[in-house]
Design a protein around this ligand. Structure first.
Ligand SMILES: *[C@@H]1O[C@H](CO)[C@@H](O)[C@H](O)[C@H]1NC(C)=O
Ligand SMILES: *[C@@H]1O[C@H](CO)[C@@H](O)[C@H](O)[C@H]1NC(C)=O
Ligand SMILES: *[C@@H]1O[C@H](CO)[C@@H](O)[C@H](O)[C@H]1NC(C)=O
Ligand SMILES: *[C@@H]1O[C@H](CO)[C@@H](O)[C@H](O)[C@H]1NC(C)=O
Length: 393
């Protein structure tokens, strides 16, 4: 892909990610539990992996209050964010052990050896691993349960900073660290770790939104580790796609706030202003119902402010990845596609990102916004993913 296209794409991407972030109100009450899918034999893992990454350095003062947040979002939305607002500057090599909480499940009912194929699922911004394993109406909204029913094993985890994974400063929490952790975890799963008594024969990465960015980064860095790639909540706008402009104003539309002072997060973490901001980012009428939106909001999570801004340091171009790619986006995703992902897929930028892929299959999920797993057509998305894996692995 031409450098200009790539830069525009990444700027748009990380601005739009900003908008999609956000969650948790102080008054939301205790998080609903992390229930295991009923059709799985599951084990929870606390993973400790040491990695060395070249991190960017946050050079601005910490955000002191929501007036600072408002200004930071305005700064990010300004016409020349790359020259005017540069909160990350310089790099430092950091070697550190991080703690990640994850769940591995293998089907109770095996289907001809398919359980040795392990899906590694990475959630996006605004959620934790429960994005893949809803305890609300699991027969309709639980991807892990659907994958298990189809015979696959699945490992899904809380990204660094959220859920039950380690909290680190939101100014230090960067995409490059999370991508390196995903690479480590994927490699470890190939070597038999974190999968109970299953020895993985193949590994497929499944991402949503920011989790799709991280999964892409792994295929770029270590294509040998990935047998198939499923990117949901994901599309690549090109230079002339009007979607590339939408992110410029979206951050100010979604009312981000500092997380509650009592929540255990520092000031580097932001939250959805309210349930309506959450719905605006992830859903589209009439393709969701209010009870589901309330559940989704109840499990939503904050995001570290440096996560997005640092994402530009990731290399997503995967010239050497020879496996197949399913790209799945909600028809009405505003954050990625300016409200029409069919049109964005037609731009064909994905062919430049994965020039050696054996197959690139775009799929548009009817009726859905950015949060496909909580749309009324979630089962159609799951069916598409499983049929893709069945044919490719
Ligand atoms: C907004 O941007 C200006 C100009 O770069 C900077 O001086 C200021 O500190 C920024 N404020 C916040 C809260 O990010
Ligand atoms: C980080 O480590 C790499 C590889 O060892 C080295 O090339 C680079 O100069 C280091 N960067 C810094 C800022 O120390
Ligand atoms: C947040 O907590 C810190 C200390 O933990 C305290 O100094 C500060 O005043 C608190 N801020 C608010 C808005 O309550
Ligand atoms: C960009 O995508 C649009 C569809 O969204 C397409 O019509 C156009 O040809 C693409 N432009 C380039 C330069 O690829």
């Amino acid at each position: 892909m031409r450098p200009t296209t790539y830069n525009t794409f990444l700027v748009a991407l990380f601005l739009s990610q900003f908008a999609s972030s956000i969650p948790i109100q102080p008054s939301r009450g205790p998080d609903p539990g992390y229930a295991h899918p009923s059709n799985g034999i599951c084990a929870d893992y606390t993973i400790k992996e040491e990695i060395t990454t070249t991190n960017q350095i946050w050079v601005y003062p910490p955000l002191a209050n929501d007036f600072d947040v408002a200004q930071a979002l305005a700064n990010i939305s300004s016409k020349e964010p790359s020259t005017g607002y540069q909160p990350l500057s310089g790099v430092v090599n950091v070697t550190k052990t991080y703690e990640i909480a994850g769940t591995f499940c293998t089907p109770k009912e095996k289907k001809g050896g398919k359980e040795t194929i392990v899906l590694v699922a990475t959630h996006g911004v605004g959620y934790d691993r429960r994005y893949w394993a809803s305890s609300y109406m699991p027969e309709q909204y639980n991807f892990a349960q659907y994958a298990l029913e189809s015979g696959y094993s699945i490992f899904y985890y809380d990204r660094l900073g959220v859920g039950k994974s380690e909290r680190i400063s939101g100014y230090d929490n960067q995409a490059i660290i999370q991508a390196a952790l995903l690479t480590k975890i994927t490699e470890a799963i190939h070597n038999g770790a974190y999968t109970s008594d299953i020895k993985a024969s193949k590994v497929a990465l499944v991402g949503h939104s920011f989790g799709s960015i991280l999964s892409s980064a792994v295929t770029s860095d270590r294509p040998d580790l990935v047998d198939a790639l499923v990117l949901t909540g994901w599309a690549y706008p090109n230079d002339t796609d009007p979607a590339a402009f939408a992110p410029v104003f979206t951050p100010t539309v979604f009312a981000s706030r500092l997380v509650s002072n009592t929540s255990g997060y520092g000031t580097g973490y932001l939250d959805f202003g309210d349930i309506y901001a959450h719905v605006q980012a992830f859903m589209h009428q009439p393709g969701y119902d209010i009870a589901t939106a309330k559940y989704a909001y109840s499990i939503s999570q904050p995001y570290g402010i440096a996560e997005f801004l640092s994402g530009r340091a990731l290399n997503l171009q995967a010239a050497d990845y020879k496996g197949s790619v399913l790209l799945a986006a909600g028809k009405y995703d505003v954050l990625l596609c300016g409200g029409d992902c069919a049109d964005t897929f037609e731009g064909g930028v994905q062919d430049m990102v994965y020039p050696s892929a054996s197959k690139i299959e775009p799929y548009v999920q009817p009726g859905a916004g950015h949060g496909g797993n909580f749309g009324t057509t979630a089962l159609e998305l799951y069916k598409t993913i499983v049929e893709f894996l069945d044919s490719e692995l």
